[in-house]
Design a protein around this ligand. Structure first.
Ligand SMILES: Cc1ncc(COP(=O)(O)O)c(C=O)c1O
Length: 367
């Protein structure tokens, strides 16, 4: 039986090999090994793709969030609302700037922040909301922006998993004051190493972000802020430009894969397994997540059919050792339930029909 890994990054990147080689040689010959034309080109292309004025590239997605918070002046004494279930980086960014994390539970149908609960978490100290577009589907940005406007809050979108997702006619990252992206290798737009970026329509925020990621300096050896070194490598920038050219195709193929899995689940009425996202939500399917009543049984069944799965994420941030003391007793029932039952199926633009069918068959026999 063919073994289908949860993710095969080498296969995913194989089609780009000769373009990657050319791009790497061009960088080598250019003599620009920090910054330079490859970085500027990718920033322009990604800003245009997101439909915003500015993209500031940085070293990774966590830095994008930290720099966004700092560029907006969020820090000690401020509170920041975050979802109860997300990759821990969303929370770490708030901790890094010394602000207080205020977790809000997520919706059981999307795993994104439950907008009904946001206003109850706002206090006079609240400065920002960080919605996460988990698994590739946008949080309810129309409602979040409405709440933010009425309470004068900043919105920083954590769009690390949602490159290209559209809601309300805008791409992920273009709704809030700043949108933050990771280009970690496994992301839908992934580099061959760490990489990240933030997008914004605010030129002042963009300039401050650029400065913060470059030692707090615009002019060499002149430092106006206590900055950090977080810059996108030019080789990674040029590889990202290659893949950005193909992003619509990447998303299309992922949607096709997700449609086949969704159909396999919806065609049988069973309480053993359910889909997380329904058809009315545009999703770019960074992950395809199902909820299994008996998770271990489902994982074992899929494995016995050669299909390897993953869990995003088994322990919610408040239950992580680093946050246990502060948040261990907080009640986030939906986040906890998702962490206990979610399973991610293999998904990727490189999967062929036969492999997609292998997953579909395994789901069908389980049900
Ligand atoms: C939702 C979310 N936020 C932030 C990050 C952090 O990105 P990075 O790994 O590039 O630091 C990631 C991915 O790793 C993520 O999935």
């Amino acid at each position: 039986m063919k073994q289908l890994e949860f993710l095969d990054l080498r296969r995913l990147n194989e089609p780009y090999l000769s373009d990657f080689e050319n791009a790497t040689c061009t960088n080598f010959r250019s003599g620009h090994y920090i910054g330079g034309p490859s970085v500027a080109k990718f920033e322009q292309e990604f800003a245009r793709y997101c439909g915003v004025r500015q993209c500031v590239s940085v070293g990774n997605g966590l830095d994008a969030l930290v720099i966004a918070l700092r560029a907006l002046g969020v820090g000690v004494g401020d509170e920041v609302i975050v979802p109860g279930q997300t990759f821990v980086a969303t929370w770490l960014a708030v901790s890094a700037v010394g602000a207080k994390i205020v977790p809000v539970d997520v919706s059981s149908s999307t795993a994104n922040i439950d907008t009904v609960l946001i206003e109850g978490a706002i206090t006079p100290h609240t400065k920002a909301i960080i919605p996460v577009h988990l698994y590739g589907a946008c949080a309810d940005m129309a409602r979040i922006m409405e709440i933010a406007r009425s309470h004068s809050l900043f919105v920083i979108e954590d769009a690390a998993q949602a490159h290209g997702a559209i809601c309300g006619g805008k791409r992920a990252g273009a709704h809030g004051h700043v949108g933050c992206f990771s280009f970690y290798p496994s992301k839908n737009l992934g580099a061959l190493g760490d990489a990240g970026g933030l997008v914004t329509n605010d030129d002042v925020v963009a300039e401050r972000a650029r400065l913060l990621g470059n030692y707090g300096s615009i002019q060499k050896y002149v430092h106006s802020e206590i900055g950090m070194n977080s810059r996108l490598d030019p080789i990674q920038a040029s590889l990202l430009s290659v893949k950005l050219n193909n992003i619509d195709n990447i998303i299309e193929k992922r949607k096709k894969c997700a449609a086949a899995y969704s159909e396999a689940i919806s065609s049988r009425s069973s309480t053993k397994l359910s889909r997380l996202l329904k058809d009315d939500i545009d999703c770019v399917w960074h992950n395809f997540v199902v909820l299994a009543d008996d998770r271990q049984q489902f994982i074992d069944h899929m494995k016995s059919h050669g299909v390897h799965t993953a869990i995003h994420y088994p322990i919610i941030p408040s239950r992580q050792e680093c946050y246990l003391e502060e948040f261990g007793s907080i009640n986030l029932p939906i986040s906890e339930r998702l962490a206990a039952h979610s399973v991610s199926l293999p998904i990727g633009e490189y999967l062929n029909e036969c492999e997609i069918n292998q997953v579909v068959q395994a789901i069908s026999t389980y049900l």
